[in-house]
Design a protein around this ligand. Structure first.
Ligand SMILES: *[C@@H]1O[C@H](CO)[C@@H](O)[C@H](O)[C@H]1NC(C)=O
Ligand SMILES: *[C@@H]1O[C@H](CO)[C@@H](O)[C@H](O)[C@H]1NC(C)=O
Ligand SMILES: *[C@@H]1O[C@H](CO)[C@@H](O)[C@H](O)[C@H]1NC(C)=O
Ligand SMILES: *[C@@H]1O[C@H](CO)[C@@H](O)[C@H](O)[C@H]1NC(C)=O
Ligand SMILES: *[C@@H]1O[C@H](CO)[C@@H](O)[C@H](O)[C@H]1NC(C)=O
Length: 438
């Protein structure tokens, strides 16, 4: 208990680190701990916490870094507690408790993939910082509806795989594992979901443990020299269909989030390559300069590329697989994704441009519930060029960089699932938000 208290105090220490060159504005950094979640071997935590600790006021977010720790503050390796995803989103609260989700810039609708930050197993080795003078603007009083307060929620989805025979397999079929076949209102969720039932529990006798999401946020106070970025999450399953008023995952809503990869021997016995290539075309509603981009894939993923309409590469993002035993390097797990930080102004997307998203998986084995997401942050101007006066031709200048744990993560990737947005969805299914949250 004392250890925990000391840890809490240390964790909440606030520090002011680098200078923000444009303005002298200091980058602020603060580390928070989520509410505790408790897991026993084979069990799953799928929690949404509202009104989490988060920097307040009119600010620009610069990075967001998170990982699962135990009660002593130690990093927990993925083979003990598989971190399916965490994600952080924004809502406007109307007292006493009405909540209006305040999503990112697209492309899906409703609450689907509407988070600002979110990662899965790759969280420890994926860079998410936003270079100066850019940032994600938040807390702008002009954008918060009258009578509402801006707040943040955190969704955490973790699976305790201690004692599980097929640990990586178990992480793919979490839906049946914890019996999520109906939602809190008794409606079936995603009946088409084919996650295999996991029968791999082997009488492992480990005890229940407490975990926390430890997250570090960096930000600067807002000023006019900061250039805001728009946050887009592209989904390779997005068919482009949009059903007016629908926010749940259904065939009428183009974003299915997850898909399946058939084994190559099942689809083509003579297949040599055993690579599943999934491509789709997505129309960008607004244009701008790409400041940051990264893909999200699950185990089995071998990389993802976002192409412009003319075929130029906007970003290629490749999974980093662990090779060892320690947290951040777990053998066989995706422990990071490479990111793209193009020279601001060099990679431009035009409003209405049709991008192609390609997500590749190793199909030697069948995979269930995989994802092919691409996060892109777009600025309408750079310090030197504004979009309206910028030359129309498109340059290709893509930098691919993998950053280590020491690099602070920010926003980013997300790993979202039906479960992640589950508590939002059920409310929308009723045609509105519940006045009183559970
Ligand atoms: C899932 O449901 C089965 C059958 O009702 C039950 O035996 C099992 O304990 C449940 N598992 C979890 C994780 O709740
Ligand atoms: C913007 O201007 C700065 C300073 O003049 C220069 O160093 C930088 O290369 C320019 N960037 C671009 C994208 O032109
Ligand atoms: C993008 O694709 C749509 C649908 O095929 C088409 O109507 C539109 O003209 C395309 N946009 C551009 C910029 O070519
Ligand atoms: C796919 O996975 C199989 C089995 O793990 C492996 O032998 C093969 O090299 C992988 N192929 C690629 C392209 O990664
Ligand atoms: C919040 O959501 C409720 C219910 O959907 C709606 O009536 C209200 O207009 C929304 N408020 C704002 C500011 O959008």
């Amino acid at each position: 208990m004392i250890i925990l208290l000391v840890f809490l105090i240390l964790a909440l220490d606030i520090s002011y680190t680098q200078a923000f060159p444009e303005t002298g504005n200091k980058i602020k950094s603060r580390t928070f701990l989520s509410t505790e979640f408790v897991l026993g071997p084979g069990s799953v935590a799928s929690k949404t916490y509202y009104d989490i600790d988060f920097p307040r006021g009119h600010i620009a977010l610069k990075s967001f870094n998170a990982e699962v720790v135990d009660q002593a503050g130690n990093s927990v390796p993925l083979y003990e507690t598989y971190f399916h995803h965490w994600l952080v989103g924004k809502y406007h609260e109307h007292r006493p408790s009405g909540r209006n989700f305040s999503r990112n810039n697209g492309l899906c609708q409703g609450q689907i993939l509407g988070q600002y930050f979110g990662l899965g197993s790759e969280t420890r080795k994926t860079a998410t910082h936003i270079p100066d003078p850019f940032g994600i603007e938040t807390g702008n009083p002009a954008e918060i509806p009258e009578g509402y307060q801006e707040k943040w929620f955190l969704a955490v989805h973790a699976i305790d795989t201690r004692g599980v025979e097929d640990r990586l397999g178990c992480t793919e079929c979490w839906c049946d594992l914890y019996n999520v076949t109906i939602d809190e209102d008794g409606n079936p969720i995603r009946p088409e979901y084919k996650g295999d039932t996991v029968q791999s529990q082997t009488g492992f006798s480990g005890g229940r443990r407490s975990f926390y999401l430890r997250y570090m946020v960096k930000w600067v106070d807002w000023d006019s020299s900061i250039i805001p970025v728009k946050v887009f999450v592209l989904d390779v399953t997005d068919t482009g269909k949009r059903l007016h008023g629908s926010t749940g995952i259904s065939p009428e809503n183009g974003c299915q989030i997850e898909y399946e990869v058939e084994s190559c021997t099942a689809t083509d016995p003579a297949s040599q390559a055993c690579i599943d290539i999934k491509r789709n075309s997505l129309t960008m509603p607004t244009g701008g300069y790409v400041i940051y981009a990264v893909a999200h894939q699950h185990a089995g993923g071998i990389g993802s590329t976002l192409y412009g309409q003319d075929g130029r590469v906007i970003c290629t993002s490749i999974p980093i697989y662990g090779k060892g035993n320690e947290a951040g390097n777990e053998d066989g797990y995706i422990v990071g994704m490479s990111t793209c930080y193009p020279e601001p102004g060099s990679v431009k997307i035009i409003a209405g441009e049709n991008l192609t998203l390609e997500s590749n998986y190793n199909s030697t084995n069948k995979h269930i519930g995989v994802m092919g997401l691409f996060y892109i942050y777009i600025a309408e101007q750079t310090p030197n060029v504004t979009l309206t006066h910028a030359p129309v031709q498109i340059h290709e200048n893509m930098k691919l960089t993998a950053y280590g744990w020491s690099v602070v993560a920010f926003i980013g990737l997300a790993v979202t699932t039906a479960i992640a947005v589950y508590s939002w969805l059920k409310k929308r299914r009723e045609g509105g938000y519940k006045p009183v949250p559970k």
